[in-house]
Design a protein around this ligand. Structure first.
Ligand code: FEO
Length: 408
């Protein structure tokens, strides 16, 4: 383990290079990775992020040869996943005077994960600053990049952004700085972006708006190269990669209703698609002939199938349409069941069964959580009677995530 590498005046990389093939998010990182941690050796010494939980003991031993751990005043946690916050319990047990600096949600999660209820936390709000004695840190909340509690840290004097996972690359770099890179890494940088950040690209745009006016000379992320050469180009790359693309994807909302409540859900789905600029059609199946509906299905990339439930079954001619699907060979299309109900909502579940039987990719909560890393969804979209404000918001979030998936 390297003891420390100076990255700016009195600022050091103190991370760990993991040159194994690393299992990560159901992938194998063929080129390994690094867990970058930083020490700012100011009057109030500050750590920014730690390393993977597996290397916690080694990390703390290494750090204890650099600094008396009791002198550490702050430990900034930008993101609580165990590859960055994992060494916090080992560190906190020795750095007994350190205050943990993180977002409100980050603090809740760290307390739960690591039983840190008795530690002092400093809760960060967007734009807060912290004087660490000789350097000033500024913090920005960047939710969903790529988990909800995430923030980034900027050191004013060093003109350095510490964005944790953002702007990272999975390579077990020995050279640490991108200008010393022995081989091409831009493709790896983009692959990392596509895998981890792209599903959340509206949030990437929000983050870029927050850092836009910062004077950034260097980006020191938590995996891979420290981008001290041409930091602006990497910010521009994130901007370009996360721009909403001219949209060629189409959605179709088919529904059959009894009293109009399922119509309201169909309209909410349409509004959320509108927000994502996804072209869509809404068809009440009662008013359309089956051949037109089949044509509309063939033309769409995602189809929402909705029904009210009456006597534990679907209503109207929805079943007639669903029976056609298997022979249409539309396995490449996404499908989402929805509907209003009064008691158990069996109609929606029967739609689900038909869609599965037709071999379509039925979007359910499990599928969406695994595809987006977000978790506030409920699919099938089920509403008891009529959607209230809270349910409307939930439907909006769910459809927005499906839209993101479609556009990714
Ligand atoms: Fe590198 Fe989200 O952990």
């Amino acid at each position: 383990m390297n003891k420390k590498i100076e990255i700016a005046d009195k600022s050091y990389w103190i991370g760990y290079v993991d040159d194994r093939k690393v299992p990560f998010h159901r992938l194998i990182l063929e080129k390994g990775t690094t867990y970058n941690s930083y020490l700012l050796m100011t009057e109030r010494p500050t750590i920014i992020d730690t390393v993977d939980i597996e290397f916690g003991r080694q990390y703390v031993e290494n750090l204890s040869e650099i600094i008396d751990l009791k002198e550490i005043r702050y430990v900034v946690i930008n993101h609580v996943e165990p590859d960055h916050a994992g060494a916090l319990p080992a560190l906190a047990s020795k750095a007994t005077n350190a205050v943990i600096v993180t977002t409100e949600l980050g603090a809740q999660e760290l307390k739960q994960m690591f039983k840190l209820h008795n530690r002092q936390f400093l809760i960060i709000k967007d734009g807060d600053t912290l004087d660490i004695g000789g350097k000033t840190l500024k913090f920005f909340e960047t939710p969903y990049l790529h988990t909800e509690e995430t923030m980034v840290t900027y050191c004013v004097e060093d003109k350095t952004l510490y964005p944790c996972d953002q702007f990272s690359t999975h390579i077990a770099v020995k050279e640490i700085f991108n200008d010393l890179a022995a081989e091409e890494y831009l493709e790896d940088f983009k692959v990392y972006y596509q895998l981890i950040m792209h599903p959340h690209r509206p949030y990437v745009q929000n983050m870029l708006a927050k850092i836009k006016n910062l004077d950034i000379d260097m980006i020191a992320p938590s995996h891979g190269y420290i981008l001290r050469s041409d930091a602006a180009a990497f910010i521009a790359a994130y901007d370009e990669l996360s721009q909403p693309k001219a949209n060629e994807k189409r959605a179709l909302i088919l529904f059959s209703t009894m009293t109009g409540n399922t119509t309201k859900i169909a309209k909410l789905i349409g509004e959320a698609l509108e927000e994502k600029a996804i072209e869509h059609r809404i068809i009440n199946t009662k008013n359309a002939n089956i051949e037109d509906i089949k044509e509309a299905i063939m033309d769409a990339d995602v189809i929402f199938f909705g029904t009210s439930t009456r006597y534990a079954d679907m209503v109207g001619n929805m079943e007639e349409i669903l029976k056609e699907l298997e022979a249409m060979h539309i396995e490449d299309k996404l499908a989402v069941p929805f509907g209003s109900y009064g008691w158990s909502g069996e109609g929606i579940e029967i739609i689900y069964d038909y869609l599965k039987r037709a071999g379509m990719t039925v979007v359910d909560s499990s599928f969406l959580i695994k595809s987006t890393g977000m978790n506030q969804f409920q699919i099938p979209i089920r509403v008891k009677f009529t959607p209230d404000e809270e349910e409307a918001a939930r439907i909006g979030q769910t459809v927005a995530a499906i839209g993101e998936l479609l556009l990714a």
